[in-house]
Design a binder for this molecule. Structure first.
Ligand code: ADP
Length: 473
């Protein structure tokens, strides 16, 4: 925990474990109500001075933090693999992605332009300025334990906001490493504070009710986001919500099914399927079914599950037992309702794998709307394949979800691709592209997937108020 420029110790601690081995890798303090109060006070008290600094000064500090992240890339990635489980190569990619937000917002912060608006009255001028919203409460998840911190903190800090961060209880060590970087980069005491806590509900409640916190930014599950958004709304707070997803992937008749299977296997098993933009419903045209399933299944079988620190590991563990049980029950439910397991379909317990939360990468064919997996977000390494016949049907099926985060399409026909891009109700659409994310591109969802956008030019607006000056002259 880091409050007002001090590292806090001498509290009850809770343990952090490696999901690949079950080994305890660290302990962090469990915050008290007084700590929550102290962190918000520190952020509140430092806001006046921090907002008065120039965008150029804030940019420099963010730039320094970026340099430190790049310098410590390997160290951060190794910590991430031990704490969260993803293969080292994926951790290295995430550290880079996380650092990208610091650099992007170091630049964007200098472009918080206002406006001068002509008035219909001769003796009046209008001037619009952007000002920081104030203290930000940031709640981040465990699946991307570093990049979700920088995606929120970089724009908030660039805008002139101060922050209280509450990282996920499974991955506080990555947050601690990032706080060390911010401290070393020279951010003044109180500007960035972090609370570690085993039971997050109390911090969430205070973020939503304390009048000094002006904005809540949350990435996590839809049920928790919905609850926090309700409470924040009652207290008229600004919110950004990055919630769950249930991404469709459509393989059109004019796509190359083998190429599509390759792409979708890569994005499906990334982070062991624990990503809100993971393709969760793969719609394949009946003419392509056979070659698609053959390629997807053979690629899935070749993935090596294991400790992410080992060379050659292609897929890591799930985060905990509960996550594993949920995946297993979705697979069992699908099979009971007629789905076919092409490969996988069970927990992995051989040798060292038994100590962790490993589930075999799984391909299911013959998935139908009657199965839980068709409707519920799947946060695991399961690729459910659904067969379709007509373009109109598949668009309707893809949109038939409460979520609206990511979607993927494969087509070699520009018209088909453009029609699908326009008809799909999702915030992020990959067109023959399995990585439609970047610090420079807006990330966010429609419907129950959330509110607001992160990254891009829009990302900083989430932390700014519009202030109008009407000048009588
Ligand atoms: P997941 O299912 O991905 O773990 P959660 O929504 O439970 O998603 O967790 C995402 C983040 O939200 C984590 O930082 C977690 O500690 C936090 N969180 C979970 N429940 C609450 C709550 N009731 N109030 C505030 N934060 C919460």
């Amino acid at each position: 925990m880091f409050i007002n420029g001090e590292w806090i110790t001498g509290r009850p601690q809770f343990q952090v474990t490696n999901p690949a081995t079950g080994e305890v890798i660290g302990e962090v303090p469990d915050c008290s109500d007084q700590d929550i109060e102290a962190a918000i006070s520190a952020a509140h008290n430092s806001f006046r001075e921090w907002r008065a600094t120039t965008a150029y000064h804030r940019s420099q500090l963010l730039y320094r933090a970026w340099e430190l992240m790049i310098r410590r890339k390997r160290e951060l990635a190794e910590l991430m693999t031990r704490e969260q489980g993803k293969p080292l190569k994926a951790s290295l990619n995430e550290v880079q992605y996380g650092a990208d937000f610091l650099l992007w917002f170091a630049e964007e912060g200098k472009r918080m332009y206002g406006q001068s608006i002509p008035s219909s009255r001769e003796n009046q001028r209008f001037l619009v300025q952007k000002s920081p919203v104030g203290v930000v409460g940031a709640i981040t998840p465990w699946n991307y334990p570093i990049s979700m911190i920088t995606r929120k903190l970089a724009p908030a800090l660039a805008a002139g906001c101060t922050v209280v961060l509450k990282p996920a209880e499974s991955t506080p060590l990555c947050a601690q490493a990032m706080l060390e970087i911010f401290e070393e980069a020279g951010f003044p005491p109180g500007v960035i504070n972090a609370l570690t806590v085993q039971n997050p509900a109390r911090v969430g409640q205070v973020f939503c009710t304390d009048p000094r916190v002006r904005k809540l930014t949350f990435t996590g599950s839809t049920p928790v986001g919905r609850e926090l958004n309700g409470l924040a709304a009652a207290n008229m707070k600004r919110v950004s919500m990055e919630l769950g997803g249930h991404a469709p992937a459509i393989v059109f008749p004019d796509a190359d099914p083998v190429h599509a299977a390759k792409g979708l296997s890569l994005v499906k098993y990334l982070n062991t399927g624990q990503a809100c933009i993971s393709p969760n419903r793969i719609f394949v045209h009946e003419d392509h079914l056979e070659p698609f399933i053959a390629e997807l299944t053979s690629r899935t079988r070749r993935l090596v599950a294991g400790n992410g620190m080992n060379e050659g590991t292609g897929i890591g563990p799930l985060i905990n037992e509960l996550a594993l049980q949920k995946v297993d029950s979705q697979v069992k439910n699908a099979v009971a309702r007629g789905a076919r397991i092409e490969t996988g379909g069970q927990r992995l317990t051989d040798g060292e794998l038994g100590a962790g939360f490993f589930y075999a990468p799984t391909v299911l064919s013959g998935v139908t709307p009657a199965m839980d997996i068709y409707r519920e977000e799947t946060f695991g390494p399961v690729a459910p394949v659904i067969t379709y016949r007509s373009e109109d049907d598949v668009i309707a099926m893809a949109n038939d979800t409460d979520y609206g985060l990511a979607a993927y399409i494969y087509s070699n026909n520009l018209s088909t691709a453009m029609r699908a891009f326009e008809a799909l109700d999702f915030g992020i659409i990959g067109i023959n592209d399995i990585n439609p994310t970047s610090a420079a591109a807006p990330f966010g969802g429609m419907k129950n997937s959330g509110l607001g956008r992160e990254g891009a030019q829009e990302g900083i607006d989430e932390y700014l108020e519009t202030k109008l000056g009407g000048f009588a002259i």
